[in-house]
Design a protein around this ligand. Structure first.
Ligand code: UD1
Length: 435
């Protein structure tokens, strides 16, 4: 078997300090927004992830020269003639839909296909298309492709039926090149949207209200590329905090944005962790027992994020008492629960609700990541479990976590990455030496 897996030896309290990566969910729309800019855009603190490289590929196919060096990405649009996102790119990265707004904004036409079938359940794009229609775009479908064209984009009053993060971002990016003013109501308020608006404003756009439910975009300004630092990844931070909560111990995360993580930090405190914040640092101390939480519901920001639902479920598996989790954003986001059960968790799932009854300990097992956050949740559970966990499905983790194994090791979680046979070889060799 040549597939790489993680071998995680858990059950020991954590200690250590790590730096948290830049946010994937901010870096991707910022990269797409570079299509709107003349001159060079330089993004720093970009995490090194497969989704980021997929976004580079899309930019290059659209006539940009994008180059990555460490955590810096430079993007220059060299030609503005290409407006089609090939099907293989649409399928490779589900976030590819966020190129729609900038391509339409800058070219007034865009051809694309449906984003790939998603592990979180169907991921429709109807609200993206409705918002673009409201701005004067004609949309026609044929032969599996979606053709979007407009003579010009016009500012519009758009009310979202649900506060979609991606649609809010697409409207911001299309709106900066529309004629007149766009007023978006029931907009999503996630911090990544504020980051995008800050970037666009730094490039010369005029956007007000980002981070609230009403965003006003005054269109028609030319944007020039700028240098911009991607915000910290609040979900990656929560992933490592949950590993600390599951295993116990004392850890410190630096380069975080604690203000963006209030609902996550509250929930960790309810679960029995002591949390301290100082500037961009978050300290977690979990020496006492974990406590169950009677009810957690995922909600748009500032509520508890859907991306953290799997992570907290890994913590609650060994909390005394019964916890209930309700997933309200995506319909298929409990796939990790079956894998946690393999590690000894007591979980009942019914529709969008999961009931977790705490057990004293989880044990290591062979488990598979079915999606990005579910994979991180299994790794967090493995950190606290007795014995060795073999985690496969790492292509999911690679979409969202930079140097995952190294970061786990820095927290004192013995983690190795390699093929199963190579890891077993080192394991047997070490045991033979002991004998
Ligand atoms: C973004 C995040 C993702 C996070 C999600 C919710 C990125 C790259 N991804 O995804 O990590 O889990 O926000 O915080 O930033 N919907 C429709 N029609 C549409 C668009 C969305 O019905 O046209 C529905 C979705 O199926 C979902 C809900 O709206 O049920 C919210 O999705 P949305 O906020 O759009 O998520 P994304 O932007 O895809």
């Amino acid at each position: 078997m040549t597939e790489e897996i993680l071998k995680i030896s858990g059950g020991r309290p954590l200690h250590g300090e790590i730096s948290v990566q830049g946010a994937k969910n901010s870096a991707l729309p910022l990269m797409a927004a570079a299509l709107l800019c003349e001159g060079e855009t330089v993004l720093t603190n970009v995490p090194q992830l497969s989704d980021v490289y997929a976004a580079c590929r899309i930019l290059n196919r659209l006539g940009c020269r994008s180059t990555a060096e460490g955590n810096t990405i430079r993007i220059v649009r060299e030609s503005a003639e290409l407006y089609e996102i090939p099907d293989e790119d649409m399928r490779a990265m589900r976030s590819s839909i966020m190129f729609l707004g900038p391509i339409l904004g800058s070219m007034k036409r865009c051809t694309l296909t449906m984003p790939g079938g998603c592990e979180l359940g169907p991921r429709p794009i109807n609200l993206h298309l409705d918002a673009m229609r409201a701005m004067g775009v004609r949309i026609r479908e044929g032969a599996g492709r979606i053709f979007c064209t407009a003579e010009k984009l016009t500012g519009a009053k758009i009310h979202l039926p649900i506060p979609s993060v991606g649609v809010t971002e697409n409207v911001l990016m299309a709106g900066v090149y529309a004629e007149g003013e766009t007023v978006l109501t029931n907009a999503a308020c996630e911090p990544e949207i504020t980051d995008l608006a800050n970037f666009l404003n730094q490039c010369g756009a005029e956007i007000r209200g980002a981070g609230t439910h009403t965003v006003v975009i005054r269109g028609g300004r030319k944007l020039r590329g700028t240098e911009y630092r991607v915000m910290p990844d609040r979900i990656a931070a929560m992933s490592y905090l949950c590993a600390g909560a599951a295993a116990g111990g004392e850890i410190c995360l630096k380069d975080t944005a604690p203000d963006d993580m209030k609902s996550c930090l509250d929930v960790l405190e309810q679960a029995g962790c002591r949390i301290g914040v100082c500037g961009d640092r978050i300290f977690l101390d979990r020496t006492g027992p974990l406590r169950s939480i009677s009810y957690i519901r995922t909600m748009p920001y500032p509520g508890f994020p859907t991306d953290a639902q799997a992570l907290i479920s890994a913590v609650l598996c060994t909390a005394s008492g019964t916890s209930m989790l309700e997933e309200t954003i995506f319909e298929n986001r409990f796939k990790h629960m079956g894998e946690l059960a393999r590690m000894g968790a007591d979980i009942r799932v019914s529709g969008r609700t999961a009931v977790i009854t705490g057990v004293p300990k989880l044990h290591g097992a062979s488990v598979t990541a079915m999606d990005l956050r579910g994979g991180a949740a299994l790794a967090a559970a493995a950190a606290g479990a007795e014995g060795i966990t073999y985690l496969s499905g790492l292509h999911h983790l690679d979409r969202g976590y930079e140097h995952f194994a190294e970061t786990f090791n820095s927290l004192g979680i013995l983690t190795e990455r390699g093929t199963f046979s190579a890891l077993e070889h080192t394991f047997s060799a070490a045991n033979a030496k002991k004998c």
